[in-house]
Ligand binder design. Structure first.
Ligand code: GNR
Ligand code: NI
Length: 182
C-alpha cells in the first residue's frame, strides 16, 4: 500500500479548489484506499484529497476509538448547518504540531456519493461534525488556521517554515504520490 505525502501549510497547493468526481470508478476507489492507509499511518481522524495533492472532492474519515469505522465522502455538499455553535480544539496533518480553538456549527447535514454513485445523506454532530466541516474546508482550499486570528496564523506559518528549514518537520518524499495527482 502506498503512503501518500501530506502537504504542509503554507504550501500553496493546499489553496487549490478540488474538482468534483465525475464517476465513481476503480481509480477513485483506489485513491480512497490509499487515503485511508495514509490517514491511519499519520494517526489522523480525517484526510482530504487536497492534502495529498490530489485535487478531487474526496474525503476519508474515521473518528472511532478502535479505528474500524471508515467513512468516505465523494462530492460532499453541505445541505444544512445548525445555528448552535460548538467550540473545539483542532489540529491538522497539514499544520503539524499546532492546535487552536475553532468555533463551527454544532450539527451538519451533508450529501455524498456512495460506491454505487448514488447520493446519500449524513447528519453529524460532535467530533464527526467538526471533522466533516474541517475536511470540506480543505476541498475549498481552506485550513483551520483561516478560522483564527491572522496574528496567530502568521506566527504558526513562521514557526513551521523555520522547523522545516531545520529539518524538524519531516516531509516524506520516499513514495511518489498517486500518478494522476493534479
Ligand atoms: O487528525 C485530525 N484531528 C482533528 C482534530 C480536531 C479537528 C479536526 C481534526 S482533522 C485532523 C486530520 C486532518 O488534518 N484532516 O484534514
Ligand atoms: Ni486538516
Amino acid at each position: 500500500m502506498n503512503r501518500l505525502e501530506v502537504l504542509h501549510f503554507p504550501d500553496k497547493r493546499l489553496r487549490k479548489i478540488a474538482e468534483p468526481v465525475k464517476k465513481v470508478d476503480n481509480e477513485i476507489k483506489n485513491i480512497i484506499e490509499q487515503m485511508f492507509f495514509t490517514m491511519y499511518e499519520e494517526k489522523g481522524i480525517g484526510l482530504a484529497a487536497t492534502q495529498v495533492n490530489i485535487h478531487k472532492r474526496i474525503i476519508v474519515i474515521d473518528v472511532s476509538e478502535n479505528k474500524d469505522k471508515k467513512i468516505f465522502l465523494i462530492n460532499p455538499e453541505i445541505i444544512s448547518l445548525s445555528d448552535d455553535i460548538d467550540t473545539m480544539e483542532e489540529g491538522c496533518l497539514s499544520v503539524p504540531g499546532f492546535y487552536e480553538t475553532v468555533s463551527r456549527p454544532k450539527t451538519v447535514k451533508v450529501s455524498s456519493l456512495n460506491y454505487d454513485g448514488k447520493q446519500i445523506e449524513i447528519e453529524a454532530n460532535g467530533l464527526l461534525s467538526t471533522c466533516i466541516q474541517h475536511e470540506i474546508d480543505h476541498l475549498n482550499g481552506k485550513l483551520f488556521v483561516d478560522h483564527i486570528s491572522s496574528l496567530k496564523r502568521s506566527r504558526i506559518e513562521k514557526k513551521i517554515t523555520k522547523l522545516k528549514k531545520e529539518g524538524a518537520v519531516p516531509s516524506r518524499k520516499s513514495t511518489p504520490n498517486y500518478k494522476s495527482a493534479i
